[in-house]
Design a protein around this ligand. Structure first.
Ligand code: ZN
Length: 451
């Protein structure tokens, strides 16, 4: 199948940050086979099977969200004002009442929202994340997916007690490895599986070590949360006599095949531990800011730590993540020119591709790469005049401006609508399932915060 996008502005995010006005991009069998000025590209090839008109529109590489919990959209409108209390008071207890079909309904909606927002690759980690694999296959998005494992008893954890059960450890690792054995590399390679222990305070050393063993055995990458709270340092210090970053390092989690989410609580020593490991950071500026924090990514970059961007959860418009990354870095550094638009776009695309070990395949518009891209309609309020398409994208575009998304050379969203699913049905199913789950949560815990 060949598709030619013509007359569009191409923001390539290649090594030279080329922007091609009046450009064309030809896709064959899932890959970009040519791009450049439209007359040149058209002159070099036989007529394509499909043409997409790009006049007034901008084509950019698809975004990569390197830290996401799609099912946590169930906390949308519930946990934004709750501070970090939502982790113990909502997130962990919700897992004890949430049914698989409820999680699937809410998370499938989120995958659709992310596609709508130009995200073509999602690192998804969550309890029972295996439930989403058929949705990922159907929607046509690309996803690295990991069962978010934990072997601390959930109800004891809610009371501030840390009880680890070896039987749970074994069952959790088994579930994660079996998911990999069933799905890793499926959906034409769009699904990859990761090992994803949840966080330092609810995983035992045995769970972390087993996760590393299984990752190495099955050829998987890893991800986890770290550096997200002062109490995390206090608890890990009490349980293991070391810092959270040291705890991950000493149990095999910190390496160049690992994505660490957050990292907004750190110091010179712990930043050094992270830098030495080669692990990538999933910076989640919108969620950090919601919690009153921000990771020191300018320091991280100076120390050589690769940075990518994640939406984390609840939010549905990835453009807001890019803006938050720029604005929060400027506030943190009191420097008005920290992170310029081309660099921000690079964090959102190539930064994510690198974090997932996919930078030879996705993250930019270059010949030979997989055709993961979006087309944004600039013929609208908020995006004119288009004096610099890159600055307009970073500072002024929204999910609602994306009108076509292609993943692996297949058009999966067209004129703002999903090709392989009905968006209204997804939203309705998520609504009713979320209401039912919260009903059981309130019955069990006596309110919307577990007591
Ligand atoms: Zn998270």
């Amino acid at each position: 199948m060949s598709v030619l996008i013509r007359n569009a502005t191409l923001i390539t995010v290649d090594a030279d940050d080329r922007v091609i006005e009046g450009g064309a991009l030809l896709v064959e069998d899932g890959r970009i086979v040519d791009l450049g000025p439209v007359e040149e590209v058209v002159g070099r090839h036989a007529p394509p099977q499909q043409e997409v008109e790009g006049e007034g529109r901008v084509v950019a590489p698809g975004f990569v969200s390197t830290h996401t919990h799609v099912g946590y959209t169930i906390f949308r409108g519930r946990s934004e004002d709750a501070g970090l209390n939502c982790v113990v008071g909502m997130y962990i207890p919700m897992h004890t009442v949430l049914r698989r079909e409820e999680r699937c309904a809410v998370g499938s909606l989120t995958y659709a929202e992310l596609l709508r927002s130009g995200v073509t690759t999602v690192l998804e980690m969550e309890e029972d994340a295996d439930v989403y694999a058929p949705s990922v296959e159907k929607l046509g998005i690309r996803s690295a997916m990991g069962i978010m494992t934990s072997d601390a008893d959930a109800d004891a954890f809610t009371r501030g007690e840390y009880v680890f059960d070896p039987k749970v450890t074994e069952a959790q690792v088994k579930q994660a490895a079996e998911f990999a054995e069933s799905w890793h590399g499926r959906a034409d390679g769009r699904i990859t599986v990761m090992m994803a222990p949840n966080m330092t305070i609810n995983t035992s050393p045995e769970l972390l070590q087993a996760s590393r063993r299984e990752a190495d055995r099955l050829g998987l990458r890893l991800t986890t949360h770290c550096g997200w709270g002062e109490e995390e340092y206090a608890i890990v210090g009490e349980l293991h006599g070391k810092s959270p970053f040291e705890y991950l390092r000493d149990n095999g989690l910190l390496a160049d095949d690992t994505v660490i989410a957050h990292g907004y609580v750190t110091d010179d020593h712990n930043t050094g531990v992270l830098a030495h490991s080669g692990a990538c950071l999933a910076h989640c500026p919108l969620m950090n800011a919601t919690r009153g924090q921000i990771a020191p990514i300018l320091d991280y970059q100076k120390r050589g730590i690769p940075v990518s961007l994640g939406i984390d959860n609840m939010y549905g418009d990835y453009f807001e993540v890019i803006r938050a990354a720029v604005l929060m870095a400027r506030i943190k550094s009191s420097e008005a020119q920290a992170i310029l638009a081309p660099e921000a776009l690079r964090l959102a695309t190539m930064g994510g591709a690198r974090a997932l070990g996919m930078d030879h395949e996705i993250g930019s518009l270059e010949i030979g790469k997989r055709a993961d891209l979006m087309m944004i309609d600039y013929r609208t309020f908020g995006l004119r005049p288009t004096l610099d398409p890159v600055q307009n994208l970073v500072y002024h575009a929204h999910a609602s401006n994306v009108d076509m998304v292609m993943v692996d050379g297949r058009i999966v969203m067209e004129q703002g609508a999903l090709v392989h699913a009905d968006g209204a049905n997804l939203a309705a199913a998520a609504e009713s399932h979320a209401q039912e789950a919260w009903g059981r949560f309130v019955t069990k815990y006596g309110g919307i915060v577990a007591r």
